[in-house]
Design a protein around this ligand. Structure first.
Ligand code: GLU
Length: 328
């Protein structure tokens, strides 16, 4: 595993503030560092990474692994950076886990056969957020509008490109196509600089909460024959509903399609590291569920068997076997 500069700096700071050497300091020189790539600060990947590291670091004295979270550009960035050996773990949408492992779609030229799954997390509906006065009531209504299609590296940008292909659209079909990061989008929307943005994200998320409560943003249905066909043809898409009342002023159910958030790693990451992480989460699943409302419904067997298309990492297999969670 590579030692990252940011983590080295973190360790140096931690030592600098320790006045007297303690047993813990002696041990820290042998500590292993792992980093989990997540997403924007107001999404769900970032708190998910935080929850995983919190459970992991609780038992640091026993396993000697210090876990840290990085805010990143999202799924595609995380997968590419794991492939480069610069991140140990990352959160990624199930559609991009599938394509990366299988070398399809955006990953046709750059397959990631060493990608491994650890577990899946919350569902992530493809979420279209529109300004209250935009007149946007369906996905098709985005045509001719000022739309934030997302930063390159994010899962929503990549999934939006798939949709644009299906609809036969290019960026020229929008009055303006911007590339703001998800965390910047609510303000851009509320300042009137864009009419809508897309986010493939778990609910509730601080991001959509911000847009809904600041300027009455609305969620838009994403449905119809094109979407039905995508769901039918691809194992990683399914229909999704964002229930009425999830956000202030959004009083109707929103129907769309979605993917799942998953935690991925590389075959190259040592067995014991993945084992300890999988154990920390699965043995404390009740605590984990309480760390974010989007995790409330997580079930161990679904986390192991749903939404993962890359094989489970051998460290995860070992953990789930010991916990009696593996099906024959
Ligand atoms: N699904 C988004 C992505 O892959 C991130 C969502 C989040 O940060 O919760 O980029």
């Amino acid at each position: 595993m590579k030692t990252r500069t940011t983590l080295a700096t973190f360790a140096a700071t931690a030592l600098a503030v320790t006045a007297l050497p303690t047993a813990a300091d002696a041990q820290s020189s042998e500590e292993q560092f792992i980093a989990i790539g997540t997403g924007g600060l107001t999404g769900v990947y970032y708190p998910a990474g935080g929850a995983i590291c919190r459970l992991m670091n609780r038992d640091r004295a026993e396993h000697g692994i210090r876990c840290a979270v990085e805010s990143t550009g999202g799924s595609i960035y995380n997968i590419n950076t794991i492939q480069a050996g610069e991140l140990d773990f990352g959160v990624a949408q199930s559609d991009w886990q599938y394509h990366a492992y299988n070398g399809s779609s955006k990953f046709a030229e750059n397959p990631v056969p060493e990608l491994r799954s650890v577990f899946s997390l919350h569902p992530e509906p493809f979420t279209v957020v529109a300004a209250a006065d935009s007149g946007i009531e369906s996905f098709e209504d985005l045509k001719g509008k000022r739309v934030n299609i997302g930063n390159p590296g994010s899962g929503q940008r990549a999934t939006m490109e798939v949709l644009m292909d299906e609809y036969g659209w290019t960026e020229d079909d929008f009055a303006l196509a911007t590339e703001y990061k998800a965390a910047e989008s609510p303000q851009q929307l509320c300042d009137g600089n864009i009419d809508a943005y897309l986010y493939v994200v778990g609910h509730p998320s601080a991001n959509i909460e911000e847009a809904a409560s600041t300027c009455g943003a609305q969620l838009v249905d994403v449905e119809g024959p094109v979407i039905d066909e995508l769901i039918e043809e691809n194992p990683f898409y399914r229909t999704a509903t964002i229930p009425a009342g999830t956000y202030p002023g959004i009083d109707e159910d929103t129907t769309t399609f979605g993917v799942g958030a998953t935690l991925v790693t590389s075959e190259e990451v040592p067995e014991d590291v993945v084992y300890e992480l999988a154990m920390a989460v699965m043995m404390n699943l009740e605590d984990f569920r309480n760390l974010h409302p989007a995790f409330a419904n997580l079930q161990a067997t679904e986390m192991i068997y749903d939404a993962n298309s890359a094989p489970l990492h051998r460290g995860a297999v070992k953990a789930y076997g010991q916990l009696g969670l593996l099906e024959d």
